[in-house]
Each structure stands twice: as structure tokens, then as C-alpha cells.
Design a binder for this molecule. Sequence first.
Ligand SMILES: [Zn+2]
Length: 311
Amino acid sequence: MDVDKWKTEKGTGMQNSLRERARDSMLRRRKQVRTRIIMMNAALAILIVMCVLVVKLISLNKPGGSKDEENAVQTVQAEKQKKKASPTPKPTPTPTPEPQGADRWLRKDLDADKPMVALTFDDGPYAPVTTKILKVAKKYDAKVTFFAVGNRLNTYKDTVKKAYEQGCQIASHTYEHQILTKVGPKQIKSQVSRVNTVLNKLIGCKTTALRPPGGGVNDTVRKYVGLPMICWNVDTEDWKSRNSTKVLSRCKNIADGDIVLMHDLYPSTANAVAKLIPRLVKKGFQLVTVDELFYYKGIKLENGKVYFDAK
Ligand SMILES: [Zn+2]
């Protein structure tokens, strides 16, 4: 082998070796790039999966995340918006209707176990005295009963209306203070009906009780009067004494179920009432109308029958 040939062969061999190395290095680089791409893809895939999982977890933990709750929230929001758009007027509380007519004389919220007494006033109305009695009664939420004489009602109509508005009972003492035992059936009926006619015009109702003038009752009266007759068991004799101290002394032993007789004609009676009402209230009495007294004592009033107390 000559030197040139050897040199040529040697040169070619070296070139080959260089080429191979270059190829190997290129292949390695390619392999590395491919591996990196695969790893990056894998990392991306893991990242995507993790993101999906995180989103899922957040949606599960979110309050109201369920379909139903979501719907409920949407409904509430829609209703709120609806309300904003057309606000429904607030319902105004409907006040309990005031009892009318004779119902005013029967309160239904009294304590049946507490003692009760009915103060009653005959022969009025007479504004100067009746008004004073009403003033005290109002102050202590006391309801009293006026057995009014029919032919006086129009003269003192404002007083009558005031008493009615205050829940005091307007009862009948006949139209002309007629002693009913002295007249016949026609007159008895007329004495009752004429009071009702006037009263109906003034307060829109009829009487539910009558006190026979002088306490005069007989079978004819019982038959034709058409109302329960309410007498009394405590007589203050105010018409006789015209003295408030004496009137008060006759009221010392007032007891549960009593009906007290007075007259709203005398200033001394009004003065006595001004002291009597607070005293009775302090003792625990409920001052009630005649209708209330019998109602709470469980006594059903009957037309033509006479009552002296509610015991
Ligand atoms: Zn009388």
C-alpha cells in the first residue's frame, strides 16, 4: 500500500467516523426532543385533569350548588325582582269591628271568676249628673246601666249617645215613668214600645231590659211587658238622703252579683259615685252592665220575669 492510498483510506475512515458521530448526536437530540414533547404532553394532560377535578370540587362545595337549590335561588331572585317591579301593597290590619247596638252592652273579654257588680241609675237622663257619672265610669273603664225614662231621652240625646258610645247600657224605665200595675195591657206595651222608638232613632237599637217604676209588677205586667224586669238588691236610698256619705255607707257591703239602685238626678249621687267606683275597682270588682252581670253569672234573662240580683 502506498502512502497516498493509505492517506486516502485513512481520510475516508475518519470522515465516516465523524459522520457517524454527527448522526448519533442528531439522533440523540431528536430522541431527547421527542421525550421532552411526550413529557410536556403528559404534564399538560395531568394539568388539564387536575383543573377539571378542581372545578368539580369547587362546584360541589359551593353552597346551593345542587340543581334544586340553584333553581330555588333562581326562583327567589326572580320573585325579588318581581316584587321590585310591582311592589304588593302591605296588607292593612283589619280592625276588629266595634260591636254595635245591644252588643255594646255585653263585653266578651271579662274575667268570669272576678267579682262583678252592676251599678244602675233610674229616672234620668239628666245631663248635669249623668255626664259626671259617665266621666268617672270612663276613667275606670266601668260600665253602668241607665234605666232611662223615655220622654227624657230626646232632651238629653247627646248624653244618651255618649253613654252608648262608652259602652254603658241604656235600659227602659218606661216612657212616662208609668207604674205599670196601674194600667192595662195596651198601655204596658205602649210604654215599652215608645221608649224603643226613640232609642232606635238615637242609638240604632232597642232596650234589652226594663225596670218597672216603683218596682210595680203583677201578672198582667209579666205577660205583656215583653222584656226581662231588673230590680235591685242594694238600695242606696240616694233620693231620700241626697247625701253622698250616706249613699256610700249603704254601699259598704256590696258583694259579687249585686245590683245597686241609684238615680242620676242628684249631684250628691254623682259625688258618691266618684268615690264608689274607684273603691270597688280597688277591691277587685268588675263594674259591669246588667246584661254582662247575668251573662257572666250564667243566668239567661227571660221576658216577663223579675230579677233582683245575679247570684
Ligand atoms: Zn223611677
